[in-house]
Design a binder for this molecule. Structure first.
Ligand SMILES: O=C(O)CCC(=O)C(=O)O
Ligand SMILES: [Fe+2]
Length: 358
């Protein structure tokens, strides 16, 4: 038996596959069985997915994703009415083509003044968790309403459960244009996942060493798409979101940057690796939407003057991934939203009580 195992291991090694690779593949497979049963991913399976991503320069996620799409149907749309203007299937395909090519698409003015005012008010009157972004500051997270005259943190994070029970947030979560883009990009029913809102502030006006190492790729799920909404005007000093065009494609993050695993990358490394014109800094007025595949390299630039309020929606291909605290929708502000959610329980299964998704 030992001999057979040795021969198999040697044979795989000849084609560049070692025992750790096989172990990671098996661990990911086991992870999917657990997620489908319990809606939670074993941590070792999640780490195996990241190992495989780094070893295969992102190709493993593409393969897993492809398999997942074979088991997932798509929802049908009569129209794509929503905050992103999409008049036809052709237009939808054009948007997704751009996303495929560049890894991002930007829209201005997608939110009405009322929605912007509402979310800004939410951001300035609701408690958030104030936490220093960087380690070693000795500051612990504190629940507080942001006070711009007395900032205590770089990062103020709003509770996901409060957000998903908010009427305006719910109206964006069920927006057909956003769901249609996610579905077309992911080629399967998109799953609403990780809804967030946070302030980035100039609490620390001078960027320190750690602020220069904020470039990273996300690896929370197999494939996903994020929607970043600016709720405040964002200039070069108030923390624009940044992305390296094209790095969402497999093989576009070189081995040297991947070999550290799921680690952060410095400004210098980005400048040395990619042409300047590919490093995008998104300056935009409030109401700007950046749709992005954050499997590519991105960061929120350190804020040196002012504060940035950002709202985020995520749609993924599967619940497999990092485990977030359980968050449930307990009330609907609008019967239309409730109907949409219950008609599409698969999209919202993360946020519905288990019994409601059956
Ligand atoms: O704050 C930003 O612009 C970046 C946030 C980010 O990295 C993420 O949401 O994945
Ligand atoms: Fe990120």
């Amino acid at each position: 038996m030992k001999l057979i195992k040795l021969i198999i291991v040697k044979a795989f090694r000849l084609i560049g596959i070692d025992w750790f690779f096989i172990k990671d593949v098996l661990s990911v497979l086991k992870g999917f069985r657990v997620v489908n049963r319990e809606m939670r991913t074993p941590i070792e399976s999640f780490h195996s997915m990241i190992n495989l991503f780094c070893r295969t320069k992102g190709r493993s996620n593409q393969v897993i994703h492809k398999i997942l799409t074979l088991f997932s149907s798509k929802i049908k749309f009569d129209d794509y009415n929503g905050i992103v203007p999409i008049k036809s299937k052709f237009e939808l395909k054009e948007i997704v083509k751009e996303l495929d090519e560049k890894g991002y698409v930007v829209y201005e003015n997608v939110l009405s003044d009322e929605v912007l005012e509402y979310l800004y008010k939410f951001g300035t009157t609701t408690q958030s968790s104030a936490r220093p972004l960087y380690s070693g500051k000795g500051l612990v997270a504190k629940n507080t309403v942001i006070d711009f005259n007395n900032l205590i943190a770089i990062h103020y994070d709003f509770n996901e459960e409060t957000l998903i029970n908010d009427p305006v947030v719910q109206s964006l979560m069920v927006d057909k244009s956003l769901i249609a883009i996610a579905q077309e990009y992911l080629n399967c029913t998109p799953i609403s996942n990780v809804t967030g809102m946070w302030w980035q502030t100039d609490f620390e006006k001078t960027p320190n060493d750690e602020a220069a190492t904020m470039w990273h790729f996300d690896m929370d799920h197999v494939r996903w798409i994020k929607y970043f909404f600016y709720i405040t005007d964002v200039n070069t000093n108030s923390g624009p979101h940044c992305f390296v065009e094209g790095t969402h494609k497999p093989g576009k993050i070189p081995k040297e940057l991947l070999k550290r695993g799921y680690a952060r990358v410095t400004d210098e490394e980005i400048a040395e690796t990619y042409p300047k014109e590919k490093v995008k800094e998104f300056i935009g007025k409030k109401g700007t939407l950046i749709i992005e595949d954050t499997i590519g390299l991105h960061k929120g630039k350190h804020v040196i003057d002012g504060s940035r309020l950002l709202f985020q929606l995520t749609f993924s291909d599967h619940l497999f991934g990092g485990n977030y605290p359980e968050r449930k929708i307990t009330k609907f502000a609008d019967p239309k939203i409730r109907d949409f959610v219950y008609k599409n329980p698969k999209i919202f299964k993360k946020y519905l009580a288990n019994s409601e998704t059956k």
